[in-house]
Design a protein around this ligand. Structure first.
Ligand code: ACO
Length: 329
């Protein structure tokens, strides 16, 4: 099987900032509380006329330009999101049309905060199967559209953004995806969900009045699961590759809460300089956190060609997992 490497990366965040001080004026919260409990300082919020596909297209264009290829060179396009423009057509179809990606097939992938981690794995396997040469995996979410800005327990957490990674065959057998370990546990479904809008509870005046089209979360239940699972997934993945945290150059976790990332890093024995945390500037952008954190890691010179990098995520569902790559550019 050919190896699959990440060969380009593009990101987009909308310009408008929502700071902790702005939130102090909206709900009963404080900058100190948000900073101490989550690590977030500010997040980006999309303008009213901007939808998930718009941000996805921006991120995709950056990745294509970085690689110096056209959208028509792509074979497949995945959009990882929990906030599609609409149920159907898929956001992948909308993005395909806007980009002019004439040869692709594609689909949306929904796994909450693990969406992009799973998308990277699916994209890599399309390449490793030998059937695809250029797969664009996009993570994009407009979380501000499904957040209740009167609920202080959730509105402080999320931001909007998008990121795209191009996955291609690697000429060098050492580079690219080495291993992955993914797991879902539906017993945690009630802890984090958007209850209405689907076939179980279709939209009605009642569901809107009861605010059932927003994110509802039992924060502590999700926190406990995330702290345990993110570490366990990384530990097991590394152990079966005869590695430990000491062998890893860079840890890139889903950015939901700084305390979850730090607990994972501490238990893996990884020093802060190897752990990418940018939740302070973006909040939880759901499907966009991994590409945004990767961009910052590359820009800051903390992720370089040849480095071993572990990606890890936990999200609603529950969904969880980790993957191990050798960075290729
Ligand atoms: N400002 C001030 N006080 C607050 C706020 C706020 N924004 N939010 C909650 N509080 C209060 C609570 O009411 C509670 O008060 P009480 O003790 O008087 O009852 C107190 O602060 C503690 O509340 P907790 O919910 O216990 O706070 P916790 O330390 O657990 O932090 C948080 C909450 C940040 C949500 C945390 O639980 C968390 O990060 N959970 C995991 C989130 C996550 O990983 N999500 C998964 C990804 S999202 C996805 O998949 C789409």
């Amino acid at each position: 099987m050919p190896k699959a490497k990440i060969s380009a990366l593009g990101c987009y965040v909308p310009p408008r900032l929502l700071t902790n001080f702005d939130l102090e004026k909206m709900v009963d919260t404080s900058n100190e509380w948000i900073l101490e409990r989550t690590g977030i300082v500010e997040r980006h919020i999309a303008a009213p006329d901007v939808a998930t596909s718009d941000m996805a297209v921006e991120a995709a264009r950056v990745a294509l330009a970085q690689r110096g290829i056209e959208a028509s060179d792509l074979d497949a396009l995945l959009v990882c999101t929990v906030t599609p423009d609409m149920y159907f057509p898929s956001t992948a179809c909308l993005v395909q049309h806007r980009l002019g990606a004439k040869k692709v097939w594609g689909f949306d992938l929904i796994a909450a905060c693990s969406s992009f981690l799973y998308g990277m794995g699916v994209g890599a396997h399309l390449v490793m199967a030998g059937t695809h040469k250029k797969v664009l995996v996009i993570g994009a979410d407009t979380m501000s559209r499904i957040i209740d800005y009167t609920d202080r327990s959730t509105c402080i957490l999320f931001g909007d953004g998008a990121g795209a990674m191009l996955i291609e065959p690697s000429e060098d057998d050492n580079n690219g995806l080495i291993d992955f370990l993914y797991e879902i546990d539906g017993s945690g479904g009630d802890a984090l969900k958007m209850p209405a809008g689907g076939s179980r509870m279709p939209p009605s005046h009642d569901t809107v009045e009861k605010k059932l089209h927003y994110v509802h979360q039992d924060g502590q239940a999700v926190f406990k699961y995330a702290v345990r699972k993110m570490y366990e997934a990384c530990r097991e993945l590394l152990a079966r590759n005869n590695m430990s945290g000491k062998d890893i150059g860079c840890l890139i976790c889903h950015q939901a809460n700084r305390r979850i990332i730090q607990a994972t890093a501490d238990r893996l024995g990884m020093p802060p300089e190897k752990v990418i945390i940018n939740i302070d500037r973006y909040g939880n952008t759901t499907s966009a956190t991994l590409p945004l954190a990767t961009r910052d890691a590359v820009t800051e010179g903390r992720l370089k060609k040849g480095d071993l990098v572990v990606y890890a995520a936990v999200g609603a569902g529950f969904t969880a997992g980790a993957s191990l790559w050798r960075w290729a550019y």
